[in-house]
Write a protein that binds this ligand. Structure first.
Ligand code: FUC
Length: 783
């Protein structure tokens, strides 16, 4: 094995990062034939899918607060009286009876949660443009702008569209390269029956209404949310007139359309705002802004986030092809730049679907055209929502995590009633789903809905925010109260297993997400609760508060049933050694301790080997998110080639919208196919690619946090040469890496907080220590 020597050089000046490589665009030679071919734009709250048909252009738009239903507490009063009977039935091996009893007496009221809703469509009709030439449709990830261009009768037409965060509006710009060539009609439609379009003034229309009620299987949700979208056309040259049918534009040189959708949502407890005045205020604030200004403000804002990370894995001739063709030919062509595109597309989608002030990215980010979307397009927190947010810190988009933190704060309020009514416990609890109304009680069916660790898992993200930022005000004001209260719930909830000689503390009734029904003591719960207790204790130590609770949590964490290795060499999914090695279930919940948890590492070799064995049994298939999780698992197992295999499996082109629990793959627009579309696989893949290149961990002692950074821990053989800049590590580090012939050539590590860390590459390790702002340049040469 070749030996590498480290040359260490410390400099204290801050260095800038190179701009991301060009060609970060998805592009196509024809309009979108269906939703899975359309291109997403978004500003964190507003989103649109852009179809790009020349004669009949569709912009299907959303606002992230438009949901069915109204403020509601879903807790089942007095459900806690069934807690002991349920535990007794499960200890007695009567799972069926327990599930039936729970269905009758323990579930959410109503049994389902509400659904995210489509808002409407902006349609641009241009008769005569059915036959065109030189068609091109693209999404520029770096600028956050879509464009469509084509030629009709020798005139080139272009349409650009973006959703601006600074100006709170969707902008569509139409131009032609011959003056007076733009004539079209712009219309607004909505799938909600109680809506209508009215003329506001000569160039403005309003689409206003109330969300229609909806019955989701056995639960009916009222239509209560009110909405209004305003569409304004600003024409340069020609004429423009709003009519009942639409805004008619004749013979213009260029036109800017401004679309401002708003709802009556104030908070999860109040939907009394006036959407009409909100939409009007947005537009009047833009009265003096020219299109170049709108465009510039958007691009500057978008790039301030997007440009922080660059990745270069090499480029082949395939990069010159349209995106759908590249996907179709991935099996036969070497196309590493498509992996770069997938990585950056995940960062793009995060910027587009999750910005401060908005809702967190839901199962579809914020893009949805259906009144009854799959799984209501809500928040599934037994993997999906967390997967959405793995990337924000390491991929340098920390601000995009804010909406999740706000939601968790709200769950910590709303989940108190579920803790009290379902478990007679202190603190707060959330089960496997939540919605806009912050429903926390167990939904759907007792065999998978009773899973009390959803909220506990979410708190991991708040702790990470502190580890990456060192922000003690955030830790004290936001994270710690939520962690502490979540821990109090589990102090009350855990019980001693009467069958255990070691008096293990166990969770239950619960389930190992969606596999195996209602049980006592699934492994994943124990990993999550241990982590919650330890994170809470570490946070209390940093803040120097609650010494007694700290001691209690660490003591209890040590008594929780440990990870166990079973008779097939697997990591046991349950307390009992009953795993089926032929089970290819999409969930791999018991490997939570490997990722995103940190208790199974190369330093715990028996568990590490067992986790690997479990993953091998589960196989390399699964839904989109399942494949994305497996990229992360293989990265943590330090097997870059297997991680790359999972990336390739995830990138299989699929055109179908089947709803089976198989498949995975990407649609032509590179959105992840569960199937159907579910955004978690995109976000999970981006994070997984990051984990292959850089990992960071902490070991928390009682009073200290020990940061470790691993450089290129899972580099696949195929990525022999490459470069990444701007990745973030726990402890407040920003890292640039360059490698060649599969070996690290240089690493630049900037310390933002001045914390010491152990940096590891292959079999070498060094401690780095510097003032905040100091930068290490590590040169590696063969010796
Ligand atoms: C969980 C998963 C499904 C799907 C749904 C939204 O229930 O098991 O595969 O992702 O969430």
């Amino acid at each position: 094995m070749p030996r590498f020597a480290l040359a260490w050089l410390m400099v204290t000046t801050l260095g800038g990062h190179a701009a991301p490589a060009a060609d970060l665009a998805l592009w196509y030679e024809k309009p979108a034939a269906n939703w899975n071919e359309a291109l997403p734009i978004g500003n964190g709250s507003l989103g649109a899918m852009v179809f790009g048909d020349p004669a009949s252009a569709r912009f299907q738009f959303n606002h992230d607060t438009l949901w069915v239903g109204e403020p509601h507490d879903y807790a089942h009063e007095g459900a806690w009286k069934q807690l002991e009977p349920l535990r007794e039935l499960l200890f007695a091996g009567k799972r069926g009876e327990a599930e039936e009893l729970a269905m009758r007496e323990f579930m959410s009221v109503p049994l389902r949660q509400s659904a995210y809703q489509p808002f409407g469509d902006l349609l641009i009709k241009t008769p005569g443009h059915e036959n065109c030439s030189n068609y091109r449709r693209e999404l520029d990830l770096q600028d956050g702008v879509t464009s469509t261009s084509y030629v009709v009768d020798g005139v080139e037409y272009t349409r650009q569209a973006f959703a601006s965060y600074p100006d709170g509006v969707i902008v569509v710009r139409l131009t032609a390269d011959a003056p007076g060539s733009l004539s079209f009609e712009a219309m607004l439609t909505s799938p909600h029956e109680e809506s209508r379009v009215r003329i506001v003034d000569v160039n403005t229309l309003a689409l206003a209404g109330t969300v229609g009620s909806l019955t989701l299987r056995d639960s009916t949700f009222a239509g209560a949310m009110r909405f209004e979208a305003r569409l304004q056309a600003v024409a340069e040259g020609g004429e423009c007139l709003a009519t009942g049918a639409g805004i008619q534009v004749r013979d213009a040189d260029a036109v800017t359309l401004l679309l401002a959708p708003a709802t009556s949502f104030n908070s999860y407890r109040d939907i009394s705002a006036d959407p009409g005045s909100r939409a009007a205020t947005t537009l009047s604030a833009l009265a003096e802004r020219s299109y170049p200004e709108l465009h510039k403000r958007h691009v500057v804002d978008h790039r301030s986030l997007f440009d922080r990370v660059s990745l270069d894995l090499g480029t082949t001739d395939a990069a010159a092809l349209p995106t759908d063709q590249r996907l179709a030919e991935l099996g036969t062509h070497d196309d590493p730049q498509l992996v770069t595109l997938l990585f950056q597309f995940g960062r793009y989608l995060m910027i587009a679907s999750s910005r401060p002030g908005g809702q967190p990215a839901n199962l579809q980010g914020l893009w949805n055209e259906q009144r009854q979307p799959p799984w209501e397009s809500k928040y599934t927190i037994n993997i999906n929502t967390e997967m959405n947010y793995w990337l924000t810190e390491p991929c340098n988009l920390a601000e995009c995590g804010e909406p999740l933190f706000q939601a968790v704060r709200e769950l910590a309020e709303a989940g108190r009633s579920a803790a009290k009514e379902h478990y007679d416990a202190r603190g707060w609890v959330t089960h496997h789903n939540f919605d806009l109304w912050r429903g926390c009680a167990p939904i759907n069916h007792s065999n998978h809905g009773i899973w009390p660790t959803g909220g506990a898992w979410l708190t991991q993200h708040l702790w990470w925010r502190f580890l990456y930022s060192g922000d003690e005000a955030f830790l004290r004001g936001t994270a710690y109260p939520v962690l502490r209260s979540a821990s109090l719930f589990f102090v009350d909830y855990l019980i001693e297993d009467p069958r255990s000689e070691e008096h293990w503390l166990i969770s239950g009734p619960s389930n190992s997400p969606e596999n195996g029904g209602l049980v006592m003591g699934p492994t994943m719960d124990h990993q999550i609760i241990r982590t919650l207790f330890r994170n809470t204790a570490a946070a209390a130590a940093v803040l120097d508060v609650d010494p007694a609770l700290r001691g209690e949590l660490l003591d209890k964490a040590a008594r929780i049933a440990p990870n166990q290795v079973g008779r097939h060499g697997q990591l046991q999914e349950w307390l009992e050694d009953k795993d089926d090695p032929d089970n290819r279930h999409r969930h791999v919940s018991h490997l939570w301790g490997l990722h995103p948890g940190e208790e199974i590492t190369p330093d715990t070799p028996d568990l590490f080997t067992a986790a690997k064995q479990s993953l091998l049994y589960r196989g390399d298939g699964g839904t989109g998110w399942s494949r994305a999780w497996k990229i992360n698992f293989w990265a943590r197992l330090r097997d870059g080639d297997h991680a790359l295999l999972m990336i390739r499996n995830l990138m299989t082109l699929t055109g179908s919208a089947r709803t089976e629990y198989r498949g995975g793959g990407l649609y032509p627009n590179m959105l992840d196919a569960h199937p159907p579309f579910q955004i978690d696989g995109n976000f999970g893949a981006t994070n997984g690619i990051g984990e292959m290149l850089l990992q960071s961990h902490i070991r928390s002692g009682d009073d200290s946090l020990d940061y470790r950074i691993d450089l290129l821990p899972a580099l696949p053989t195929a990525w022999s040469t490459g470069r990444v800049t701007g990745l973030r590590a726990r402890g407040g580090f920003e890292v640039d890496l360059e490698w060649d012939k599969g070996r690290l050539v240089s690493a630049t590590i900037e310390s933002l907080l001045g914390r010491p860390a152990v940096v590891r590459y292959a079999d070498q390790e060094r401690v780095i220590e510097t003032e905040a702002g100091g930068q290490y340049v590590l040169n590696f040469r063969e010796g």
